[in-house]
Design a protein around this ligand. Structure first.
Ligand code: GDP
Ligand code: MG
Length: 296
């Protein structure tokens, strides 16, 4: 028999080290005021928040777009620590004149790349560079049931060149299941027509399992979501729910909305890939451009 030298324990060694260091995940929420951004983030992560600097509340006063506001959280599950930065962009698209309202958002994202690059290039590099690069942009689409707004197309196009964009149909409880499907199909056609490249991207490095998972996710995106900070007891179980004209919506029930798909996507299946893709595609292209510009 072959002798066993033990290097296969490297996975355990890496795991130990990573667990000690923890993980950083940064999400930005973009969309009009009142589309349920704060509520949704709370619905996804709140039950696990162990420490927050600042408050996640749906009752914050309306602020203007220029005040881009990161809030740091630490969430913990089975000994795994996730440092979560949630960046809210309140008030986006509310102004009568929306001309270039996306500029501060794009600037914010690029500023994080730029800060990271500067730290990478200093002679005395820190061992672990604090990562504030945005790994995921949740883009909230109003549940009009018709089509994307012209401004959505412009902003999505800009954003998708800079960051992993994940679109959601906000407050989808205001649509019937048929309307929801028709709206989704329409949105997808528009993405294709306007050539908006959305995460997850094609990549030869994905194995067949990952590729299958991605094509499944692509068929669901944009996630039709409903958020709620209220719990109700349904059939003896406490669930997050929302009451509307037609009855009670159980947010965790896939027959009612796609909240669970979004949460699983963000936390269970694509967390690591969102982080990696940010570094390998978006940050890399920013870095290449900057370094080329330096040479000229
Ligand atoms: P934000 O301005 O995008 O952060 O929106 P908020 O999270 O503050 O929500 C605005 C209002 O919409 C609040 O009254 C929420 O209770 C309500 N809301 C949030 N999510 C939903 C949803 O999924 N469906 C419905 N019908 N209302 C929602
Ligand atoms: Mg808000």
């Amino acid at each position: 028999p072959k002798s066993h030298v033990g290097f296969d324990s490297i996975t355990t060694q890496i795991e130990k080290k990573l667990l000690k260091r923890g993980f950083q995940f940064n999400v930005i929420c973009v969309g009009q005021t009142g589309l349920g951004k704060s509520t949704l983030i709370n619905t996804i992560f709140a039950s696990h928040l162990v420490d927050s600097k600042g408050r996640l509340s749906p009752h914050e006063p309306i602020r203007s777009t220029t005040e881009i506001h990161p809030v740091a959280h630490i969430i913990e599950e089975n000994g795994v620590r996730l440092r979560l930065n949630i960046v809210d962009t309140p008030g986006y698209g509310d102004l009568v004149n929306n001309d270039r309202c996306w500029d501060p958002i794009i600037k914010y994202i690029k500023d994080q790349h730029s800060a990271y690059l500067r730290k990478e290039l200093t002679a005395q590099r820190e061992r672990y560079i604090q990562d504030t690069r945005i790994h995921c942009c949740l883009y909230f689409i109003a549940p009009t049931g018709h089509a994307l707004k012209p401004i959505d197309i412009v902003v999505l196009k800009k954003l998708s060149e800079t960051v992993n964009v994940v679109p959601v149909i906000a407050k989808s409880d205001s649509l019937t299941l048929e309307e929801r499907q028709a709206f989704k199909d329409r949105i997808k056609e528009e993405f294709a027509f306007h050539n908006i490249r959305m995460y997850p991207y094609e990549n030869e490095e994905y194995d067949s399992e990952e590729a299958a998972m991605n094509s499944q996710i692509k068929s669901i995106i944009p996630f039709a979501v409903v958020g709620s900070e209220n719990s109700m007891t349904l059939n003896g179980k406490t669930v997050r729910a929302r009451q509307n004209r037609w009855g009670t919506i159980n947010i965790e029930d896939e027959r009612h909305c796609e909240f669970v798909y979004l949460r699983d996507f963000l936390t269970r299946t694509h967390l690591q890939d969102l982080i990696e893709t940010t570094s390998q595609i978006h940050y890399e292209s920013f870095r290449a451009k900057q370094l080329l510009a330096l040479k000229e």
